[in-house]
Design a protein around this ligand. Structure first.
Ligand SMILES: [Zn+2]
Ligand SMILES: [Zn+2]
Length: 195
């Protein structure tokens, strides 16, 4: 974590821990906090912050997809991790957002996902203040699973491979049985002719 300090580090940690765990449930990824080299670097920044993107009123956060991994949150917005957010007694401004929602969205970008047209999706590009959104919809899940060849495709491949194995096993039994019948037949024939 880097940048300016607007939200207590423990709060940020809790929000991102929850957001990462949600992505772990639907993807092959696991995430671990580290102090040294990291694939994902999270920080709060204000205005122009040296990467060509200027935080203004309309951008609450942004992230760079693989292999970059930088995740920047707008330090000039209000942030909360309460669910429901309206019950957060520390909110003193209208432009306060659910940090878990934003974390989930930006992690989605870091994992390689683009925006969704589904208004209920975590990957929908617009966020509402003083509201929570922490549940994936089908579009988010199929998005990540198609990207990393999981889910539907995996369920499809395994049964068909097993079916093939069962069939070839079955064919082997049939072949052995045929050979045995031929052996009996030939030995009978031979015994007939040789007798
Ligand atoms: Zn930035
Ligand atoms: Zn986005």
């Amino acid at each position: 974590m880097s940048g300016v300090s607007v939200v207590p580090q423990e709060t940020v940690r809790e929000a991102f821990k929850l957001a990462f765990s949600k992505w772990s449930q639907v993807s092959p990824f696991t995430f671990k906090e580290t102090r040294g080299y990291s694939d994902i670097a999270i920080g709060f920044y204000s205005g122009e912050h040296g990467d060509g993107v200027t935080f203004n009123n309309t951008i609450v956060a942004h992230a760079y997809p693989p292999i970059d991994g930088r995740l920047h949150v707008n330090a000039d917005k209000g942030w909360s991790i309460k669910d429901p957010i309206q019950e957060d007694k520390n909110i003193h401004r209208g432009d306060t957002y659910d940090l878990v929602w934003v974390a989930m969205h930006e992690i989605g970008h870091i994992l390689g996902l683009d925006h969704s047209n589904d208004e209920d999706a975590i990957m929908y590009p617009f966020i509402a203040p003083l509201k929570n959104k922490r549940a994936f919809v089908v579009d988010d899940v199929t998005g990540i699973q198609e990207l990393y060849s999981l889910g539907v495709q995996r369920d499809f491949h395994y049964p068909s491979a097993m079916g093939f194995r069962l069939q070839s096993y079955h064919l082997l039994i049939v072949a052995i049985f045929c050979l045995w019948v031929m052996y009996i037949f030939l030995s009978v024939m031979l015994s007939v002719f040789l007798d």
